[in-house]
Ligand binder design. Structure first.
Ligand code: PEP
Ligand code: MN
Length: 337
């Protein structure tokens, strides 16, 4: 962080800034320019820029070191590559995850697993604990759902990802699931994130409904702050004034995040658009923009789905899309897997 003093700031003003930096446990680096004095605060200790903005003689406070350190490109220059069931996310790889919004019953999840594995998918998604807006909507099958998706995945040699909603569910997820998902609504559930920092499995962290990229990276930092090094960021659309789509899929987040962080970033075009016919073009656009993976809702019978049928692809539609994506990825120096 650097503190730029106003032209005409007194020595007393400068000394107060220096004293506060020292009090906060940082080192002082002073640069006396022709028109301004610049005071640098160097070190690891977190300090609130507002405390300096309030001091007399201060013109501007510029944060130069990112507050997310472990998630930052400064901390690690090379891309983190996360591999699950032979599928890589990050670096030159774009991984595919597909499956229904929610696990509904044995027949549905086994049929989804069969069809997806036929298309070459290696990781299936499916919610067992659903964060529904209405308490009267289907809430998921709970542990029974996790058992079903695990059994279906094992039959077709798939890995499983599913959303964990609270700390008490973590042991269940460690038992049945290969990648734990934190939903958009829980992106800032800091107690949950802290607990996940001690889990030895990859975590997908979805971007909050109205979260800035910085807040999202700070959430990832929570998970990285323990022993867990495997965090996948997921852009799933944000709330804007636009109502033509369920959310506004922020594809610009891909190049922005890739510059700021070494973590893989995947895209969920299903929740990002809310409409099946928009999922195909936005999947192609995501890969073209350099995403490290996709998570797409696919249902064996979307018109009968208990949740998010309108945004779920038909298996045949998904199959065509996956093949197109495999052809598109090399254009942007990626391998779709
Ligand atoms: C989901 O993936 O099932 C889900 C609920 O997504 P989000 O948290 O992005 O809304
Ligand atoms: Mn859904």
């Amino acid at each position: 962080m650097i503190i730029v003093m106003r032209h005409g700031a007194t020595q007393d003003d400068i000394n107060k800034v220096i004293d506060l930096i020292k009090l906060k446990g940082r080192e002082v680096h002073l640069s006396e320019g022709e028109s301004h004095t610049i005071v640098g605060a160097v070190g690891e200790k977190v300090i609130d820029p507002r405390e300096f903005e309030l001091l007399d003689g201060v013109k501007e406070v510029i944060k130069i070191s990112s507050s997310y350190k472990l998630a930052s490109r400064i901390f690690q220059q090379e891309d983190t590559i996360i591999e699950v069931n032979g599928v890589k996310f990050g670096g030159g790889y774009t991984g595919m995850i597909a499956g229904p919004c929610t696990i509904e019953n044995e027949e549905q999840i086994f049929e989804c697993a069969r069809l997806l594995s036929q298309s070459g998918v290696k990781i299936i998604r499916g919610g067992a604990f659903k964060p529904r807006t209405s308490p009267y909507s289907f809430q998921g099958l709970g542990e029974e759902g996790l058992k079903l998706i695990r059994a279906a995945a094992d039959k077709y040699n798939l890995a499983v990802t599913s959303e964990v909603m609270e700390i008490s569910q973590i042991p269940l997820f460690i038992k049945y699931v290969d990648i734990l998902q934190v939903g958009a609504r829980n992106m800032q559930n800091f107690n949950l994130l802290r607990e996940l920092s001690r889990v030895n499995k990859p975590v997908i962290i979805k971007r909050g409904l109205s979260a800035t990229i910085n807040e999202w990276l700070m959430a990832a930092e929570y998970i990285l702050s323990g022993t867990n090094r495997e965090v996948i960021l997921c852009e799933r659309g944000i709330r804007t004034f636009e109502v033509a789509t369920r959310n506004t899929l922020d594809l610009c987040a891909i190049p922005v995040v890739k510059k700021m962080s070494h973590l893989p970033i995947i895209v969920d075009p299903s929740h990002g658009t809310g409409l099946r016919d928009k999922v195909v073009p936005m999947s192609l656009a995501s890969v073209a923009a350099g995403c490290d993976g996709l998570i797409i809702e696919v249902h064996n019978k979307p018109e009968c789905a208990l949740c998010d049928g309108a945004q779920s692809l038909y298996p045949e539609q998904f199959d065509v899309l996956f093949n197109k994506l495999k052809k598109l990825a090399p254009v942007v120096d990626k391998t779709m897997n």
